[in-house]
Design a protein around this ligand. Sequence first.
Ligand code: C2E
Ligand code: MG
Ligand code: MG
Length: 712
Amino acid sequence: MGQVLFIGVFGAASVALLLWLGMARRILASVRGSEERYRLLFDSAGDAIVMVDETSGRILDANRTALSWTGRSAADLIGDRFVHLFTQPLAGQVDGKATANALLGADGGVRPVETQSNVASWGALPVRQAIIRDISERVAMEQERRVAAEALASIAEGVIIADAERRVISTNAAQTELTGFTQGALQGRRLEETRCLPDGRVLPRSVWDGIAAGRNWIGEVQSTRSDGSHYPEQLSISAIRDADNLVVYYVAVFTNIHETKRQQRRLEHLARHDPLTGLANRAEFERRCADAIAVAERERLAVVVLFIDLDAFKIVNDSYSHAVGDRLLAKVAERIRNQLSDGDVAGRIGGDEFTVLLSRQGLREDARPLVGRLLAALAEPLVVDDYEVVLSASIGVAGYPLDGDSPQSLIANADAAMYAAKMEERNTFRFYTPMMHADTRRRLQMAAELRQALARDEFRLVFQPSVEMRTGRIVAVEALLRWQHPEHGEVMPGDFIPVAEGMGMIRRIDEWVMQAACAQIQAWDAAGVPPIRVAVNISARWFGHPAFVDGVSLALGMRQLPAQRLLLEITESAMLRLGDATARTMQTLATMGIEVAIDDFGTGYSSMAYLKLPAVAYLKIDRSFITGLPASANDAAITEAMLVMAKSLGLFTIAEGIETEAQHEFLLRAGCNEGQGYLYSYPLRPDEIQRLLSPSQQVVPTRLRLVPPKRR
Ligand code: C2E
Ligand code: MG
Ligand code: MG
């Protein structure tokens, strides 16, 4: 029984033990399994998890993420102080509350993190369980947002952000600066409420349709400021969409383009206008002209083009500084403009060439009164700086449809007419005739030939005697230029000198004349001809040139001629044009002992001031007064007055163009000193002069023709 009992108890105990063992194994297996699961969980967490002994602050355990972020092994990490993981102290850490810090990385870098910890108990051990979350992405995004916000606040462009209904949500500082509206004032209002198209229309639907379709809209609008004023705005609107591609925000960016537009207009103006005078330049003038022709063609009207050329402007420009020349042109432009009506266009198409366009005219001849006014206005003395300059103008007139049907042909024909005017007399105008074109062609041809004339030695001098009225003695000769043209024969100075002046060649021609005259004086001296005074005509161009005096003294010096052998003839109008420069040059000439005759006296604006200049010793009374003598009471009175005046100023007088005995008688009685004219002699070749002056010929009675009347 006892044995049975023992076996029973033992059996039961064994079963119980087996059962316990089985249970214990199961419990152990389950514990091991949950620990593995825990470990797996622990290690696979995206955040770093670190277990820290709360008392010592030392790390008890760390998950794989923690190892990876710190770049340290578990062995290295465990036992180290938790605080060593961060750049900042952990003070102020509150259970369950996330605090930002920076985790030290393996490579010395830091990772922005947020730590959150709780204290738990591992048995009796208080353990802090710290979860470290990587917040670099959030930090970067925040940074980006801050940069964007700052950029928005600081950019010069105005920015408005509006909701899907286009109601303003937010604006930047520049917006307020540009429009005067604060963000608050605009909030809830439609962003286009204070904007319209430049022509005043509201922004059309197409703008919003375009944006809805995904396109940016960029355009110019008129924006209203808070004070009610307007300004032009360059506006760009785009949309921000959500994941479903629906518009959630509108972003409008804008700038004030008032200044840009002003600059643009200024550039356009510069491209179309002459910067010196502000008048239309050639391209703009032609464009306006073409427009006017088109209108005239439709409405059967006329268009008139005036071509205005300043007489002798080049001389002024050479004699004064170019700055004075420029100011003079600006004043001329102003005078022209003052004469015009609204709709007329003034242009400057060359140095001293101006044009005027008159549209909607009935007839070309309707321009006549304006042309008269322009001539009068331009002949008025101009004061530039301290100088008073007298200019005059020549004007050519051409009209559509009579004289041309394109801007180019009208301008070219008005130019030809201007040239014809200038050739005949200065300070006048001409209407275009087809004949003038032939003249223009001839002029161009002549200019080309004239260029070669100096090199080919085609110029020569003839000399017209000047006779002492009382005795009939030849006391002087005047050198007059002739051009021996290879085909046309002898060309007179009146035909080619204006062309040479226009080409800027006259100075070189004058210099040649001076050299040739001095050479001739030397040759006559060598031939034993009694010494007489030789007069040389000087153009205003050369006289006004800085090298003029040197040129004259060089010519004299080369031949060792005394200054008294030479007389310089300068026209009254040339002296007037040169203004102050005249006085300076005259002073120098006087100190050199060179005398000057005022040629063609009485034809310009006579100025007593010039008669008193130091070198001026002779007055040549223009032929136009002599022709009418003695019959014309007017001419007689003027001539007598001029002779009296000259005498009172101590000037010698020479009458030009004496052709009749009666003229000679009159002038002799009136007290004229010398005379020149066909009555005494035509201009002669040097050898003829030599023969005339040789001692045997010297006793010639007064009022007898010295040479048979032969032309030239
Ligand atoms: P000017 O200096 O007044 O010269 C006088 C002009 O009148 C000369 O014409 C002369 O031939 C002409 N003449 C003289 N007596 C009579 C007369 O009794 N009746 C008429 N009808 N005419 C007379 P020319 O040689 O044709 O010269 C014309 C102008 O050309 C000159 O006027 C002068 O201004 C200019 N000229 C002539 N030679 C030169 C020169 O070498 N250099 C420059 N710069 N100009 C010159
Ligand atoms: Mg002369
Ligand atoms: Mg003369």
